[in-house]
Design a protein around this ligand. Structure first.
Ligand code: NAD
Length: 300
């Protein structure tokens, strides 16, 4: 491996430390405790694991954590009533509704019912519009984490060619907006892109957010490029024993690491940054709600 490893776990620890320091200052100087409410509907085990780790990280950062676990058959009306209660609760500065929601609930309707100032996932249509027009917004956590790592590694991103593979509302599109905001020349590639390998070979920065295990091989990567692998894919790992699995990204790590200048691993890359950025967004929302200075380096 010749690439520098971008250690998301270590970087996330520094972000969480910054958040905790700022939370302590908010308490000491202003008597404020940032609060994050997470709402989960149904019993999807993976979602429950995510919600638990979000709650734990929130408490570890010194913030208030509230979890609302609702039955899978909760009505839209009941969910919207809860969101409205949280919107008006002064002790709650961030609201996150864990996706996906059960099929009978309209996700767009629910997300757009959240007060945009408390929308720490950055999915509310107002925040999407603010980000798209280069205005102050709540920024989706995963792309924000990727941007922080890229800025830390490169300093300035101005003028670099960036290719984002994937055009989801959660990762691909906001990532592209953030890179554009930092003056990259941005290409969004997707399932219908013609000659994806050639498109990716142009990139100084490759962000892969597809959800296909190891689909980007090293020979698609321009020598020296930075590779940010957002994908999280569980694959069989017979070498670890019968029935065992392991996590891989969307990039073939070994071959990409031979060519790239820098690369994030999976696990231990983008994943830990996502939760760190959720905490960062919550403290930012608390500061904005109270017209206080925002912590430096924790927003886009
Ligand atoms: P998604 O399914 O919503 O979007 C996938 C995108 O990939 C689509 O826009 C599609 O056009 C594109 N795509 C599909 N096949 C393609 C192909 N053959 N070539 C080029 N593009 C193709 O997924 P998502 O929510 O954006 O997530 C993407 C991946 O990132 C998943 O593996 C997900 O688990 C992971 N993820 C990780 C984190 C984290 O914290 N690390 C957060 C969110 C998502």
């Amino acid at each position: 491996m010749s690439a520098t490893l971008i250690d998301g776990k270590a970087f996330a620890a520094t972000v969480r430390e910054k958040v905790a320091t700022h939370v302590a200052r908010l308490k000491d100087e202003h008597g404020l405790t940032p609060g994050l409410a997470v709402v989960i509907v149904g019993d999807d085990p993976a979602s429950h694991v995510y919600v638990r780790s979000k709650g734990k990280a929130t408490v570890e950062a010194g913030m208030k954590s509230v979890e609302h676990r609702l039955d899978a058959d909760t009505s839209e009306e009941a969910l919207l009533t809860l969101v409205e209660q949280l919107n008006t609760d002064p002790s709650i500065h961030g609201i996150l509704v864990q996706l996906p929601l059960p099929g009978h609930l309209n996700e767009d309707l629910v997300i757009n019912a959240i007060d945009p100032a408390k929308d720490v996932d950055g999915f509310h249509i107002s925040n999407v519009g603010l980000l798209g027009t280069g205005q102050k917004s709540m920024v989706p956590c995963t792309p924000l984490g990727c941007l922080m790592m890229l800025r830390d590694h490169h300093g300035s991103l101005s003028g670099l060619d960036a290719v984002v593979i994937g055009r989801s509302n959660i990762v691909g599109k906001p990532m592209a907006q953030l890179l554009l905001g930092d003056s990259c020349t941005v290409t969004i590639a997707h399932s219908r892109t013609k000659d994806l390998p050639e498109v990716v070979r142009r990139a100084d920065i490759v962000v892969a957010a597809v959800g296909r295990p190891e689909m980007v091989p090293g020979d698609w990567i321009k020598p020296g490029a930075t590779v940010i692998d957002v994908g999280i894919n569980r694959i069989d790992a017979p070498e670890k024993g019968e029935g065992k699995t392991r996590l891989v990204g969307d990039c073939h790590f070994e071959s990409c690491a031979e060519v790239a200048g820098a690369i994030t691993p999976v696990p231990g890359g983008v994943g830990p940054m996502t939760i760190a950025c959720l905490l960062a967004n919550t403290v930012t929302a608390c500061c904005r709600a109270n017209s206080l200075a925002e912590p430096e380096g924790l927003t886009a």
